[in-house]
Design a protein around this ligand. Structure first.
Ligand code: ADP
Ligand code: MG
Length: 706
């Protein structure tokens, strides 16, 4: 009954808003009561969580807003309650079908009238949903961003405007964000003509730069900013230096401490996920979870974990979005993540129930190298792209292979990546037959490409800087997200606030190196870390880079030196490096002071030996790297067959060929010659979706070669 009264009351939103503002001075309490009642009567919750009320109020009042709060903080209510309070329909834009389905079902479960239109639904279902929207029967309409590009859809929305627009996972809109989606970029433009409708953008992960970008791109007007709740008081963040080869054992050891399971372990590759899962299975109920597994397998692993039938899930980043398991005690990272934003989101899956939990990050200096390897591969240097652009005529088009021969000194892998990047940034148009022509961004691509490349490097720099921070780990995270309302109190439980017993005094070799560092900085502005390391090697040739880094950290913790990130440009490449500067305490430090410096991790001499051994191994298994065709025993005929098939498929679908499968995948197919579905899934770059789509065709070609 009361529920009816509320929705009737709020359905006539325009008169309601007028009424609210006319009721001064009791307007506030009235509006306040409305959102309170919606919380209770429609959602069945007694209390707002921190910040929810202020946000709901501002949005219900018609302000544009940007909400940045961690996963699980309750952002959905921040558009759902104001949407209902304003009456009429709220248009919700969300990037993933799975997220849309989940939200719509939750809302329907609460008796809220919610519908959705996305690629997973039939044409008829979608039409019926849209008709319901036009008949004002819906309170929420969920769509994926692509929908706004469907001819007529945005026009119809403009003619029948919603009373609120919510853009969920709004970081996807920014190319500085860690999960950029090209379709999201156009949302702001496609919402033109809806200026009368307030917009609320929500995300769990946005740095100050991304926040600004979201506001600009969505053209938010004088938005209210709500950036809150990044402190997780029950989460102890611990970083552990460990060589890649030792990590499976180290994780086993760390998870064996009391109360460390259930646990999620994030692994950098599918192969590593399998390897670690196998290791952990000796002691725990552990399984791997990654994109190379068939959907039913993945689902059963996930379900077993949710039902506490598994202790540990070892996953690639494919796992976790929308996962709401309250009692995860540990989230462990088996390698350095690519960004602080991604890292924070992943550790946020621990301790949702508020009980003590841990985030363990295993890393070493070599992780940076691995990331750089991928970065170089995925983002070829600008001069390579420029060179290719020179081969593309301003008018008319050129066939791919003709372009290849024009720029024959570019290796095939870099060529393919360069084409993809140029296409993505609008410099090129590529049709199904791989005819390449100048695109709308012919003149302007460089800026956006370099911006994206630079921001990826910047994210890596921030992540690396995080590993060597000397202050409270939790405070660093809070600062990273620009949460200005935070208390700024140290957490007291991270590895910086409460160092483990592994802290010890420096040994002889370390002291010698430390005084060498201080001596070489004497009288100079600043020095690059790499240069200092070279100098140290002259005296202690066996010292590993990791051991050297630990000494630097110790000096920096004692405020003898300061470490800062810096960069320079060489041959069009941005090269970033760290600089060390001597502080005044460092100038005064005498040998006696150095003896009492505290340092973490293994002793310098033995770590040197281990690192050398491990380094060779890393190089050899550099994940997913394949020899170029000329050097391998690939049959050129099969490669040509695969390319012909890909071309036919591209024409059928009207997309560039590399959107079907990349050359690298074709080469891998030639090398592996898979003969069944499982073997196909093991080919790097092929996942269940592609196997389902093309598996049969591919096997026909590859299996007959055996
Ligand atoms: P986010 O989008 O920020 O990740 P959700 O909106 O999905 O988080 O909310 C996470 C969970 O918290 C959901 O199960 C939701 O029902 C619950 N929740 C949100 N707000 C409240 C509240 N005020 N009282 C109780 N539960 C809430
Ligand atoms: Mg959400």
């Amino acid at each position: 009954m009361t529920e009816c009264a509320i929705s009737n009351h709020s359905s006539n939103h325009s008169s309601k808003n007028v009424a609210l503002h006319a009721l001064v001075p009791s307007a506030y309490s009235h509006a306040h009561t409305v959102i309170q009642e919606i919380l209770k009567l429609r959602f069945g919750f007694d209390h707002f969580r921190p910040q929810q009320e202020a946000i709901c109020q501002a949005v219900a009042d018609g302000h544009d807003a940007l909400v940045v709060m961690p996963t699980g903080a309750g952002k959905s209510l921040c558009y759902q309650i104001p949407g209902l309070a304003r009456g009429g329909a709220t248009l919700v834009i969300s990037p993933l079908v799975a997220l849309i389905e989940d939200q719509v079902h939750r809302l329907i479960g609460k008796g809220v009238k919610a519908g959705r239109i996305h690629s997973g639904r039939s044409r008829e279902e979608s039409r019926e949903t849209f008709r319901a929207y036009l008949r004002n029967e819906l309170e929420f309409l969920f769509i994926a961003p692509e929908r706004l590009a469907v001819p007529g859809f945005a026009d119809m929305i403009r003619k029948n405007p919603p009373t609120l627009i919510a853009v969920d996972e709004a970081h996807c809109i920014s190319q500085w964000g860690h999960d950029f989606r090209p379709d999201y970029r156009l949302v702001g433009e496609r919402l033109q003509g809806l200026e009368g409708t307030p917009i609320v953008a929500l995300t769990a992960t946005a740095t100050a730069l991304v926040q600004k970008d979201i506001c600009t791109q969505l053209r938010l007007r004088d938005p209210k900013l709500f950036i809150h709740g990044f402190r997780r008081a029950n989460l102890a963040v611990k970083l552990v230096e460990s060589l890649p080869s030792e990590r499976p054992d180290r994780i086993l050891e760390l998870l064996s401490a009391p109360d460390r399971i259930p646990a999620i372990v994030y692994a950098p590759t599918r192969k590593k996920a399998e390897e670690i899962a196998t290791r952990l299975a000796k002691k725990f109920r552990a399984r791997a979870y990654h994109a190379g597994m068939m959907a039913p397998d993945r689902e059963s692993v996930q379900l077993a974990f949710l039902n506490d039938e598994l202790d540990v899930i070892v996953a690639t980043v494919a796992f976790g979005m929308g996962i709401d398991k309250p009692n995860v005690r540990t989230v462990a990272h088996a390698a350095l993540p690519a960004s602080v934003e991604g890292y924070y989101q992943e550790i946020g899956r621990a301790g949702r129930d508020g009980l003590p939990s841990e985030a363990l990050l295993l890393h070493s200096f070599s992780d940076r190298k691995t990331h750089e390897f991928f970065l170089e591969r995925d983002f070829p240097p600008t001069p390579v792209l420029e060179k290719m652009m020179k081969g593309v005529p301003a008018e008319g088009s050129i066939y791919r292979d003709s372009l290849v021969s024009k720029v024959s000194d570019i290796d095939p892998e870099a060529f393919q990546k360069a084409i993809e990047k140029l296409w993505l940034h609008g410099a090129l148009l590529v049709d199904a037959d791989e005819n390449i022509a100048a695109g709308p961004g012919y003149q302007t691509w460089k800026k956006s490409y370099e911006g994206q490349r630079k921001s990826r490097i910047g994210q890596l720099d921030s992540m690396q800087a995080y590993t060597s921070t000397d202050s409270c780990r939790m405070l660093e995270l809070i600062r990273h997200f620009g949460d200005t309302t935070d208390s700024s109190v140290v957490c007291g439980i991270c590895d910086r606030c409460a160092p483990s017993s592994e802290v010890r005094e420096m040994d002889e070799v370390e002291r010698t190196t430390a005084s060498l560092i201080l001596a070489s900085l004497e009288g100079r502005d600043a020095q690059a870390v790499g240069r200092l390391f070279d100098e140290a090697l002259k005296i202690t040739p066996k010292m590993s880079r990791s051991a050297f880094e630990r000494i630097l950290s110790a000096l920096s913790r004692a405020r003898y030196v300061e470490l800062a990130q810096s960069e320079f440009e060489k041959d069009g490449k941005i090269i970033s490096f760290r600089r060390v500067q001597l502080l005044s305490a460092g100038k005064k430090a005498k040998a006696a002071n150095l003896a009492s410096l505290e340092i973490e991790g293994p002793r310098s001499d033995d770590s040197g030996r281990v690192l050398k051994k491990a380094k060779r191994k890393v190089g050899k298994s550099s994940p997913a790297y394949r020899v170029p065709m000329e050097e391998s025993a690939v049959t050129p005929k099969l490669f040509e067959d695969l390319r012909a098939w890909r071309l036919a498929e591209a024409r059928k679908r009207g997309v560039p060929a590399f959107r079907i499968l990349s050359d690298r995948v074709l080469l891998s197919l030639c090398e592996d010659l898979p003969s069944n579905e499982q073997a196909l899934l093991n080919v790097p770059g092929l996942g269940p979706k592609l196997v389902q789509q093309y598996g049969e065709d591919l096997l026909k070609m590859t299996s007959q070669r055996l």
